[in-house]
Design a protein around this ligand. Structure first.
Ligand code: NAP
Length: 461
């Protein structure tokens, strides 16, 4: 894929970039290593000051970077600004909490004397340069949720961003420099995915995190496995959204629309499979479909737009194939199911029903505004269907019955269970999946500790 900004609203190539060559990559790796040697010893207060400054700058630049993101990947501009604001919030959260999250720990429940020590504790030390391979769908947020904890922990960051968001990638490097970080603390590598393996094999790179598709994750994890390097993988999702009879159906249907189409439907934690109890199925379906039909699809720069174009032409083609495969096998289209006339990579918000296990869309991730709607007859069937997916990122359940909540929390195979609401990441909560949605966690104390050397310190008597 060329490294370029191509506007998804009209297919126009606005800017192309040369990939960095071997010499420039080498220079940047040297810089990362040299910077780490000193940055790792900076006090938390100093790191926090820098990150607070980055948050302030980001708040000031919200309008501009919002437009850049919208131009590069097509998200509605109001959502792009909200993404920038969320990033500043996460930066502040880590600036404020990192020191306590990484404070020395007494070994849990241990009688230290029993180990022969006069004193023993655990210290979280940084690992070194970490390579972040990131996707285009939340081009700022995905990077910041890696960078804020990584930099607060004393690591330095190397970013390989998706090839279709180079301006956002360069903006991030610039943002950290402007905030006062020394040059090698956070660097953007303008490279294609073919250049990733060699960098992962470089001894100076200590670990990697990847957010993206399963094939990309498998490839990065395989190389890191070969090199015995730590990885965190945040991959795809096909989150269930279960609605039980006791739920507030109006609210569940209203939030279902947002949960499916946020970010033009291209979110790993979007609800994708809507599993509804037969007692409320008709009422929910009617409201949900109406909500999907009334969304304003169009120019993402327009403040009134709810759903913009898909980020890439290929992405739309993949989505169309999934829908066509389902309808060929008997799925019914309740709304949408087609692209609108005209330029740009738009796809109409779509609801499909009569889904069977043989259809690809039952197992694969629909990365766009397409929902599948299922009817179930009891709690057991709901749980079974919700878990009938290779993915396990998050889950959403709507019920006012506490016994049902307990059952979902006990049995849903996912990294999160959101009750009477939609999944949304927050700096204080761990984020990540099970099954083929990946492993490891981002955000919260769990996220910042992923790229630390968890060091036992033992003092003899
Ligand atoms: P993608 O094609 O996997 O790309 C993600 C990143 O990986 C890009 O930087 C890409 O670079 C790079 N890449 C691709 N193949 C690679 C390889 N073989 N080796 C090394 N790097 C490689 O994914 P996408 O289409 O941009 O993003 C959509 C996917 O990401 C969806 O499945 C979505 O669910 C998932 N996602 C997951 C989360 C989460 O937190 N779990 C969040 C957001 C998105 P190039 O652009 O240069 O190819």
């Amino acid at each position: 894929m060329p490294i370029a900004t191509v506007n998804p609203a009209n297919g126009e190539t606005l800017k192309t970039y040369e990939a960095m060559g071997a010499e420039e990559i080498e220079r940047r790796l040297q810089l990362a290593e040299a910077t780490f040697r000193t940055y790792r010893t900076t006090p938390f207060a100093e790191r926090a000051k820098l990150l607070h400054r980055a948050a302030e700058l980001l708040d000031d630049m919200q309008q501009d970077i919002g437009r850049v993101m919208t131009t590069e990947m097509g998200k509605p501009v109001k959502q792009a600004r909200a993404e920038a604001a969320k990033c500043a919030k996460a930066m502040r959260w880590y600036a404020e909490h990192a020191e306590s999250l990484l404070a020395d720990e007494e070994p849990a429940g241990a009688d230290v004397k029993d180990s022969g020590a006069s004193r023993a504790f655990v210290r979280y030390r940084p690992l070194g340069p970490v390579l972040a391979v990131m996707p285009w769908n939340f081009p700022l947020w995905q990077v910041v949720r890696f960078a804020a904890p990584a930099l607060m922990a004393g690591n330095v960051g190397l970013l390989k961003h998706a090839s279709n968001v180079p301006q956002t990638a360069l903006f991030l490097e610039d943002l950290f420099h402007q905030a006062g970080y020394t040059e090698g603390t956070f660097q953007t590598l303008l490279i294609g995915s073919g250049a990733v393996e060699e960098i992962l094999r470089d001894e100076r790179v200590k670990a990697a995190t990847l957010t993206g598709s399963e094939p990309a994750g498998r490839s990065v994890a395989a190389t890191c496995g070969d090199m015995v390097k730590k990885t965190v993988l945040e991959l795809g999702g096909s989150d269930p959204y279960v609605v039980m009879p006791s739920a507030d159906i109006d609210r569940a249907a209203e939030i279902a629309v947002t949960a499916r189409v946020q970010n033009n439907g291209q979110s790993c934690i979007a609800a994708k499979r809507f599993i509804v109890h037969a007692d409320v199925y008709d009422a929910f379906a009617e409201k949900f479909v109406r909500g999907m039909q009334t969304l304003k699809v169009g120019d993402p720069m327009d403040e009134a737009t709810d759903v913009g174009p898909l980020a890439t032409e290929q992405g739309r083609a993949d989505l169309e194939e999934l829908v066509d495969d389902a309808t060929r096998s008997g799925a019914r289209v309740l709304c949408g199911g087609e692209r609108p006339e005209g330029e740009g990579w738009y796809y109409r918000p779509t609801v499909l029903t009569d889904i069977t296990r043989e259809m690809r869309i039952h197992r694969e991730e629909a990365f766009g505004p397409v929902a599948t709607l299922y009817r179930v007859h009891d709690l057991d069937e709901a749980v079974l269907l919700a878990n009938d997916s290779p993915f396990g990122l998050s889950s959403n359940v709507w019920t006012r019955d506490e016994a049902e909540v307990d059952r979902f929390v006990r049995d849903l195979e996912a990294g999160a269970v959101y009750v009477n609401g939609m999944t949304a990441s927050h700096p204080a909560f761990p984020f990540g999946g099970v099954k083929r949605s990946g492993y490891g966690r981002e955000l919260s104390g769990h996220g910042i500790r992923e790229f630390c050397n968890i060091t036992t310190v033992w003092h003899g008597a």
